[in-house]
Design a protein around this ligand. Structure first.
Ligand code: ADP
Length: 681
């Protein structure tokens, strides 16, 4: 509720040094000074007999204090009927027991009575009565006899009685006492609406929980004296004040105080009702989970403690974008980031990942651009050191998270990838990590738009596979586990498999696919296979996994194009051709040469070759270069066809290490064949 006493308005009523005593008794109110400003919601607390009702009677001019001053709208109150009438129009009182207040026969008559008494025109009386009936939800009861109404209905009539007066200040005695929850909520709502309209409320109550949730200012009366007059939170925090008055603390305040500890940022509003309390609990839980997560997150501690020795893991661009998105929406919602600014997100397996937010900048539309500097760990890739940034803002699409690619994030242009053409190159796993991170902030009846950007990403993207994958204008946001495992080849293989997916989405591939080992063999494939090469896919050293992936896409007519040094390994059943996996080139070379009749010293010469290319002149000299190459190419095809019974139909186009033609199991175009000449070894 608004508190207008910050703005210097004139008080409605002002009491100065009031002393009041009933005849022949000690003073009931002593040295009472208080001012009530427009729009204030004041809770009047005090034990029975402390003088609350007496104060109400003074404020409505029913009792006249013996000493002190009563100013009404700045003027000293004269206890004459004219000014008293004005005072009672402006300051109304709602009794605790409505039977003390109501006397007319029907609800309508009862409510209109006050307005009639004000000598207003008939039209005005009707207007005010109808409005008051509506405001108190009494439309269905307007013609009922008051005496047959329930307590709650009578209570509402007693409030409506005062609404027609269009008072500036309402004095209410226990407005929710004896009401069932629906009626209590209804009366609370009516009072809330009144407060929002700027009507001041002075409410006497013993219900500290209700008072704490509803009031702005607290006045505590004890033994006829004001013990406290100020902010209600401050008042309820004053344990001594409450104890002296024999009052309990509001439950929510006491519970929050017990649960609050130094780990909880004091950044939000103090919870004062169950709704805000619930939100506070959720936030507290997430802070606690964050802390527990960080303890679990060995990586976080490894970084914090600067441990060395083992290879350090890093984070994927997806993790960085998710943490940046979480920071962005937190700041947009008025939260503050922890100090230092580490936030925890979760990978798809639920593993917590804690990252540092390196920058946060508010944009003109009040959203925040937050960035995390990508750290690839001990397996840095091209994105290491770049800022991965996210901006999150609400949209109108209920429950949807919409992804946009900002600067440096590429756009998918070819079918076959996990993301549709036209979409920003943010893969499904990062999308789900980002969504999971920001889901708690999903606005009711709307959604969230996340724009991911990687400043400088466009230049870096030129050195990645993206151009091959038809991803233009920037990098991809990748990551299947959120964590970059050092020396892991999985991410690399994943990006190669994407190429198969694109090739599979091409029309007219007829189940054919061309695998090349790298750029040299790709050029070679184009030259010698021409159109037959289709869209060659780089398989690097992963011949086996790529065969599996191709078979899964029903692309089983595989032509492997590559240099002898690689193909010779495949011919012996080595399906990961990286030399750290297997390097048996010498043995395979010698064994095959022996099978072709090479013996003794010649075999030793071949065995002494440091590369397969170095063996070529010797094979040529021995007159077996062609048969040797044919043998290797055919054995390579058999090995691929036997591989895991995938049903592969294999062909092989063999070159030397520099991309010169050696042999082909596939019929080459006539024209091309004319150009095919053996290098002179
Ligand atoms: P509260 O509303 O806080 O319970 P009251 O204003 O009703 O307190 O009462 C304050 C004191 O004045 C009490 O000691 C009460 O007995 C006394 N009192 C209240 N009304 C009268 C009255 N009409 N005549 C004499 N004493 C009264």
């Amino acid at each position: 509720m608004d508190k207008n006493n910050g703005i210097k308005q004139k008080p409605i009523v002002e009491l100065k040094d009031i002393l009041f005593a009933y005849p022949d008794q000690d003073a009931v109110l002593k040295d009472v000074s208080l001012s009530i400003y427009p729009g204030e919601v004041i809770i009047l607390l005090g034990p029975n007999g402390s003088g609350k009702s007496t104060l109400f009677k003074i404020l409505t001019g029913l009792l006249k204090p013996q000493t002190g001053t009563f100013l009404f709208k700045g003027e000293k109150l004269k206890y004459k009927s004219k000014m008293l009438n004005e005072l009672r129009q402006s300051v109304g009182m709602v009794f605790q027991d409505p039977d003390n207040q109501l006397f007319a026969s029907t609800v309508e008559q009862e409510i209109s009575f006050g307005a009639v008494n004000l000598r207003l025109s008939q039209d005005e009386v009707r207007r005010r009565t109808e409005q008051a009936i509506k405001d108190t939800n009494l439309m269905d009861l307007a013609t009922r006899a008051v005496q047959y109404l329930s307590f709650g209905q009578k209570k509402r009539v007693s409030v409506a009685d005062l609404l027609v007066m269009e008072s500036d200040l309402l004095l209410l005695d226990e407005p929710t006492a004896w009401l069932d929850p629906p009626n209590s909520n209804l009366v609370t709502k009516i009072l809330d609406d009144l407060a929002k309209r700027g009507i001041s409320l002075l409410i006497a109550t013993h219900d500290v929980n209700w008072a704490y949730s509803f009031g702005d200012r607290m006045i505590m009366l004890r033994n006829g004296k004001i013990q406290f007059d100020g902010d209600i939170i401050e008042g309820f925090n004053n344990v001594e004040l409450l104890r002296d008055a024999g009052m309990p603390r509001p439950i929510i305040q006491a519970v929050c105080d017990t649960l609050q500890d130094e780990t909880m940022a004091n950044d939000g509003p103090v919870p004062r009702n169950f709704e805000t309390f619930e939100r506070w609990l959720v936030k507290r839980k997430s802070t606690k989970n964050d802390q527990a997560d960080r303890r679990q997150d060995d990586l976080f501690f490894q970084r914090k403690q600067g441990q060395s020795g083992e290879l350090r893991k890093g984070y994927t661009t997806g993790s960085c974008a998710a943490a940046a998105a979480l920071a962005s929406i937190k700041l947009y919602n008025g939260e503050v980031l922890p100090e230092p600014p580490f936030l925890t997100i979760h990978n798809p397996e639920g593993k917590p990942i804690t990252l540092e937010i390196n920058s946060a900048e508010q944009l003109p539309d009040k959203t925040w651009r937050c960035c995390v500097i990508k750290d690839g760990g001990d397996d840095p890739d091209v994105t290491t050191g770049l800022a991965i940034c996210s901006v999150v803002k609400p949209n109108n699409i209920t429950g949807e998270v919409v992804f946009k690619g900002g600067e440096g994030v590429g756009t998918v242009t070819l079918p076959g990838l996990k993301i549709e053409p036209g979409e920003p190159a943010i893969n499904p796993v990062p999308r789900s990590m980002i969504t999971q991170a920001i889901l708690p902030y999903m606005p009711e009846g709307g959604g969230l738009t996340v724009e991911v950007s990687i400043p400088g990403g466009e230049n870096v993207a030129a050195n990645t596979f993206n151009p091959r994958l038809g991803i233009i204008g920037g990098l991809s946001v990748l990551g299947t586990t959120g964590i970059v495992e050092p020396m892991s080849e999985q991410a690399y293989l994943d990006s190669l498999i994407e190429e198969i997916n694109i090739a599979a989405a091409m029309p007219d591939h007829n189940g054919k696919i061309t695998f090349v080992f790298g750029n040299t063999s790709e050029r070679f494939a184009h030259i010698y296979l021409g159109n037959q090469a289709g869209r060659p896919v780089i398989c690097s050293n992963f011949v086996g996994p790529m065969l599996r992936a191709a078979a899964a896409k029903d692309m089983k007519k595989v032509t492997l194009v590559g240099p002898l040094g690689k193909v010779i390994k495949v011919s012996a059943g080595i399906f990961n051709t990286h030399s750290h996996v297997a390097d048996a080139r010498e043995e395979i070379l010698v064994a095959n040469a022996a099978m072709l009749g090479v013996t003794g010293r010649d075999l030793e010469r071949l065995a002494a070759c440091r590369t397969t290319d170095a063996a070529l002149p010797i094979l040529d000299e021995l007159g077996i270069l062609d048969v040797f190459c044919e043998r290797i190419a055919r054995r390579c095809c058999s090995a691929m066809e036997d591989f895991e019974n995938l049903g592969i139909e294999a062909n092989c186009l063999l070159s030397d290490g520099r991309g010169h033609f050696l042999y082909s199991t596939i019929e080459l175009d006539k024209e091309i064949k004319l150009d095919v000449t053996h290098e002179q070894y």
